[in-house]
Design a protein around this ligand. Structure first.
Ligand code: FMN
Length: 515
């Protein structure tokens, strides 16, 4: 038998294998019609379909073609994070006449910082112009020391090494780290400012029956003084109103301990909160948490209908109570996993949602007491200038932060097979992440972002981006009226943010970061 087999040549073996594959395709499998009808060659279709995204990303797509982030955007983040040359040569390759393109109106002469100006000492110093919780007289108000910060992403959707890199990175960059809804893990605890965030699952602050535990939250805040604010998640842009299931298979012993859930059982995050069921109850809930912890409390949501927001604004106007900050997430926002029907269609894109909400709060005279945070592909200085001109006070970034620590936009966060080790629980895949190196990359991305944002601000004649007005930014609207200022397009002018000078922000007793 062996003597016979050894007489078969290598191409003979290939023919035998192909023959067996053809037998399997035609007679033994029923799942794939294409393989049945086109045995052997039908497999190429499945292979090409699988590697198509990679082929397009590396070989076919042009610089500005891909979504969510095109090659130029990704390249800018990678180069900024590595402190490499992030310039482009020969002028823009963008169609600057295209619909929705934005322009920042530069001043005839830029703003000139004085000799001892904080930005002459540190070109990346750019804290938030507003203080969270000051208006509502919370015991521990907080001025974020950076206008760009890490958005909610939990340990569980991100790997331990990725969360560690982000936390160490925000510490170096004086930014804050929103913990995401998976509870506070040891990887969030390297000393960077943390915004503790929870959703309907109340992970890390829940009773055994899944209801919210104020006692646990108070204890958590007392034991972890680096928690500077609390964010209650109502919804996120990629899947508003959609609950979630954390499958038992993904719950490790460590995750079960951090989230306060049982091992071996699926955990449901329902679409609704059990701690409140209407807007007045939500305001009471916020006040109760702020009173018990002393921290500023905010809400995060994607925007669609406005009736309940109007109700919230009325209550805030009447009672003087309510959230200290509101994070508006755009429909273009990212997620670890969401059905495309939700990610593509439910909730408004950031500019539409934010402008609707801001106008509503402005009509009620409430904008000055709220810190507005924006998220949804805003981690680029020009996009941030647009957001600030519309009323945003801070930017949160999720996927941009992931890219700065090595994410390659493989778009497989939901499979646990993230090739860069950022969004996976596989020990092998995250083994390649060196948190010391990656934390420095996140910090450098934030610093480069702030430096360029300050330079754009100075070019427009201002000292701080909070001074941007809607009329400073123009947007291409259509062929007949090629560009329109933002105030004419979205029909409001933002309320001026009280701002004296950068030195006042530097001297503020509530300033976060390392000071
Ligand atoms: C992997 C991943 C996990 C996320 N987890 C949460 C979460 O736990 N809670 C939440 O409110 N948003 C979550 N988000 C949404 C982000 O916080 C952010 O709002 C959104 O991605 C928009 O920001 P970006 O465009 O900078 O990514 C997650 C996003 C990603 C990519």
């Amino acid at each position: 038998m062996f003597a016979f087999l050894s007489t078969i040549t290598w191409w003979g073996w290939i023919l035998i294998i192909l023959f067996l594959v053809a037998i399997r395709d035609i007679f033994l499998q029923k799942a794939h019609t294409i393989s049945h009808n086109y045995p052997i060659v039908g497999h190429f279709r499945y292979i090409l379909e699988k590697i198509g995204p990679e082929l397009r990303q590396y070989l076919v797509a042009n610089n500005r073609e891909e979504l969510p982030f095109n090659r130029i955007e990704r390249g800018w983040i990678y180069a900024s994070a590595k402190k490499e040359n992030n310039y482009e040569g020969f002028g823009t390759d963008r169609d600057i006449y295209a619909h929705q393109h934005i322009f920042i109106n530069n001043a005839m002469m830029p703003f000139k910082p004085s000799e001892n100006h904080p930005n002459e000492i540190d070109k990346t110093f750019l804290p938030c112009a507003k203080v969270m919780g000051l208006h509502n007289k919370r015991k521990k108000p907080f001025r974020p020391a950076s206008v760009i910060n890490v958005s909610a992403m939990s340990f569980g959707s991100l790997s331990a090494k990725a969360v560690e890199s982000l936390n160490k990175g925000v510490k170096m960059a004086d930014a804050y780290h929103n913990a995401g809804e998976g509870g506070l893990s040891p990887y969030h605890s390297y000393g960077g400012d943390v915004v503790f965030h929870f959703g309907t699952g109340y992970f890390g602050v829940r009773n055994e029956d899944g209801t919210f535990s104020l006692d646990k939250l108070v204890k958590l805040v007392e034991e972890n003084p680096f928690i500077r604010a609390i964010e209650v998640k109502l919804s996120q842009g990629a899947k508003p109103g959609k609950g979630g299931v954390l499958p038992a298979s993904k719950i490790t012993k460590e995750i079960a301990e951090i989230r306060h859930v049982e091992l071996g059982k699926d955990v449901i995050s329902p679409p609704n909160h059990s701690a409140f069921s209407n807007v007045p109850e939500m305001v009471d809930f916020i006040e109760k948490i702020a009173e018990a912890t002393g921290l500023p409390v905010g809400i995060k949501a994607a925007i669609g209908k406005l009736e309940q927001w109007e109700e919230l604004a009325n209550i805030m106007q009447k009672t003087g109570k309510g959230p200290d900050f509101i994070t508006v997430d755009g429909g273009e926002g990212g997620t670890g996993a969401a059905p495309p029907s939700f990610a593509d269609h439910v909730s408004l894109p950031w500019v539409y949602g934010f402008s609707d909400l801001y106008k509503l709060f402005q009509r009620k005279g409430l904008t000055e007491r709220i810190v507005f945070i924006g998220s949804g592909k805003l981690g680029f200085p020009a996009k941030a200038a647009m957001a600030f001109s519309m009323g945003a006070d801070c930017i949160n970034v999720a996927r941009e932060a992931m890219m700065s620590i090595g994410c390659i936009q493989a778009q497989v966060c939901h499979t646990n097979r993230c090739p860069s080790g950022v969004a996976t629980q596989s020990k092998w895949l995250q083994g390649g992440i060196d948190p010391t190196l990656k934390s420095a990359r996140l910090a450098q991305y934030f610093k480069t972002f702030r430096k360029e944002f300050i330079e754009i601000t100075h070019a427009a004649g201002y000292e701080h981006p909070c001074q941007f007005k809607m009329s400073d930014i123009e947007i291409n609207v259509d062929d007949h009226n090629l560009s329109k200022e933002l105030d004419k397009t979205y029909r409001y002018e933002k309320t001026p943010v009280p701002f004296n000078n950068m030195q006042d922000l530097k001297d503020c007793i509530y300033l976060g970061g390392n000071k």
